[in-house]
Design a protein around this ligand. Structure first.
Ligand SMILES: *Cc1c(COP(=O)(O)O)cnc(C)c1O
Length: 353
């Protein structure tokens, strides 16, 4: 091993899936966009398929095509959130992908291409103002009956803030909108939505981040297991004397003698540059502070009073350096941390695929 490794624990993924399934009490159609939140959509979806999942959400058409290839002859529906983008019809059909139609224009284009020959999902906006048709547009489409819908869905803007007034407003609007399609199954909740209560569950939940170990409230959730572990080998351990600095900009100055491990990992491996100084890594399972700036290829960690030696591994992310904590230290989210990991870290899998 010469650099940072990303180990994806598929057994932990399966445990998180079972927790979410039990919590939601309905079918789970996982979000595996952005290559399975950076963990490998093929492996993630393959393991979830073995656990019983038969429906997945991706963002891009090309992600759907790649997932179809990865799933091979394993039967599953793949929904593409970008929907019926210009000219996408033949590719959607060839890969048996279901577009999530999110505007009237998309719906018209899909009807022109497929009519009721192929299934689609209708995305109804309930207050996020990102994607989705309005209530009035949904009403018009429902009246026309020219679509063959597998699902109607909407997306929550503030589910990770359970007290936010928009949650209840969106729920009310979705209840009204889905009533336009009484025979079609409905999907509303992402990870955080699953934890808002059974009102939010409907027929199909679409969690992403919590399957991968990120807490639904953007803080660590002890019920979830860490799925991604990033470890980096120590290149050297050096003694730093009081008054000496470490790294670019000399922003860290030692006050006492320190043993400093220099790791073969940096922001080019997807570890956030601004996680230092607030984040912790772990050596032998014990939290260790980062010293000075994260560089492109190197990170300095305080290993004073340990027997750390070159070649030993330090955990930058994982069960002892939780993704939500690293994200908070870097002023970002678990989503961004995970999706950036494939930059350079070598990815391997643990547990049955
Ligand atoms: C990404 C996404 C999800 C999954 O959200 P998480 O917060 O990761 O659980 C669900 N639905 C839509 C429309 C999404 O874009």
């Amino acid at each position: 091993m010469t650099g940072a490794t990303l180990t994806v624990d598929l057994d932990a993924l399966a445990d998180n899936y079972r927790l979410l399934r039990a919590e939601a009490g309905v079918e789970i159609a996982p979000a595996v966009k952005a290559d399975g939140y950076g963990l490998g959509a093929g492996a993630v979806a393959g393991r979830l398929w073995a656990e019983g999942v038969r429906s997945f959400f991706v963002a891009r058409l090309a992600e759907g095509e790649a997932l179809r290839v990865a799933l091979g002859d394993r039967v599953a529906s793949i929904q593409v959130l970008d929907g019926m983008t210009p000219g996408a019809g033949p590719r959607l059909e060839a890969a048996r992908l279901t577009p999530v139609l999110s505007s009237l224009d998309q719906a018209e284009a899909w009807i022109a291409f497929a009519g009721e020959r192929l299934p689609a999902v209708l995305h109804i906006d309930t207050g996020m103002n990102r994607l989705g048709v309005s209530f009035d547009e949904a009403e018009r489409l429902a009246g026309e009956g020219r679509l063959r819908l597998d699902l109607v869905m909407s997306h929550l803007a503030c589910a990770d803030q359970p007290g936010h007034a928009l949650n209840g407003q969106q729920l009310e609007r979705f209840i009204a909108a889905r009533a336009l399609f009484p025979d079609v199954r409905a999907s509303f909740a992402n990870s955080a939505g699953v934890f808002l209560g059974s009102d939010y569950a409907f027929d199909v939940a679409r969690p992403g981040i919590s399957l991968y170990g990120g807490g639904p409230l953007a803080t660590p959730d002890a019920r979830l297991r860490a799925v991604a572990t990033v470890e980096a080998p120590i290149l050297q351990v050096r003694r730093v004397q009081p008054g000496e600095s470490v790294g670019y900009g000399a922003v860290f100055v030692a006050e006492t003698p320190l043993d400093v491990a220099i790791l073969a990992a940096g922001y080019a491996d997807g570890y956030p540059r601004n996680a230092s100084p607030a984040a912790f890594a772990a050596f032998d399972g014990v939290p260790r502070r980062l010293l000075g700036r994260v560089s492109m290829d190197l990170i300095a960690v305080d290993v004073t009073e340990t027997d750390a030696r070159p070649g030993d591994k330090v955990e930058l992310l994982g069960p002892n350096a939780l993704v939500d904590d690293v994200a908070a230290a870097a002023g970002t989210t678990a989503y961004e941390i995970l999706t950036r990991l494939p930059l350079r870290a070598q990815r391997t899998y643990r547990g049955a695929v």
